[in-house]
Design a protein around this ligand. Structure first.
Ligand code: PAF
Length: 282
């Protein structure tokens, strides 16, 4: 596995691959890699000639009161995991090289970027779109691999790829969960063992909503009411939102039908966690 630190060097390599007609799978990450990331890297490795993984904690997507400085940085471990999962090039630019002194141009995520996560984290998705567009320009991939756990992020990035005519495919892979159901996340390591137990409630309530759907409940308000009540009865967890949306447009649904996604976000202690399930409702 080769390590590339310079953005110029990365783009030079990517241009060579393009000339050689090689397919490139790209997995953007902020490091602190877990099995969710590794499933993306393994898929990229299976399906492409070259697999590139970036590890870059992007300051532009963190709000002033968020955890940019505290965000876990585990580069040594990340290098090992990348190598074991079939990564060919690990791209680790510095913030100075990546944004330079005179950086001015940013991408705006649009209406989708203002809902849900975007409402709680203003500017977050503009930062995500900007960094991902730059990373795509530097790595020139054939396929961009993303995880379903960040469902809204994946929808926004698909929209950006389509709106800006970027010549690549986006592939979104399923959420990887711990044995007990907790969705894997780099932020899970902030949780104490008691909080980790409490965090299971996110997936449990999603499963409960799915069970009630299977039993015939179709009203979003009814499904949401029960979840809200269950979470507000639990000390230490603060629900941000639970929403039932159309899986492709992310429009809110009153009555659940067709391809649906249920998204949930909550703070467990100081840690903000998200989770979701996608289902087809007959
Ligand atoms: O999902 C993440 O880890 C980040 O938002 C991403 C896509 C790597 C952009 O910084």
């Amino acid at each position: 596995m080769r390590i590339v630190k310079s953005t110029k060097q990365m783009q030079k390599l990517a241009l060579q691959w393009r000339q050689q007609g090689k397919s490139v799978g790209f997995v953007p990450t902020m490091g602190a890699l877990h099995d969710g990331h590794l499933s993306l890297i393994c898929k990229a490795h299976q399906k492409n000639d070259i697999t590139v993984v970036s590890v870059f904690v992007n300051p532009l997507q963190f709000g002033p009161k968020e955890d940019f400085n505290k965000y876990p940085r585990t580069l040594l471990q990340d290098k090992k995991l990348c190598e074991q999962s079939g990564c060919d090039v690990l791209f680790i630019p510095s913030v100075d090289d990546f944004y330079g002194d005179d950086f001015q141009t940013t991408v705006t995520a649009g209406a989708l970027g203002e809902l849900l996560e975007g409402a709680s984290r203003p500017g977050h998705f503009d930062g995500v779109c900007t960094v991902v567009l730059k990373l795509l320009q530097q790595t020139l991939p054939t396929v961009l691999y993303l995880g379903q756990k960040d469902y809204q992020q994946a929808c926004i990035l698909k929209q950006m790829v389509s709106d800006l005519n970027l010549p690549l495919k986006v592939q979104v892979l399923p959420i990887v969960r711990e044995k007990d159901g907790l969705a894997m996340s780099s932020r899970n390591r902030y949780l104490s063992s008691h909080q980790r137990e409490q965090a299971l409630l996110l997936h449990k309530t999603l499963k409960e909503m799915r069970r009630r759907l299977v039993l015939g409940e179709r009203q979003a308000a009814v499904l949401k009411r029960r979840t809200k009540a269950q979470i507000s009865a639990t000390q230490g967890i603060q629900l941000d939102y639970v929403e039932c949306l159309d899986a492709s447009s992310m429009a809110p649904l009153k009555r659940l039908k067709g391809a649906v996604v249920i998204l949930i976000a909550a703070k467990v202690g100081k840690t903000r966690l998200i989770d979701n399930i996608r289902l087809n409702v007959p």
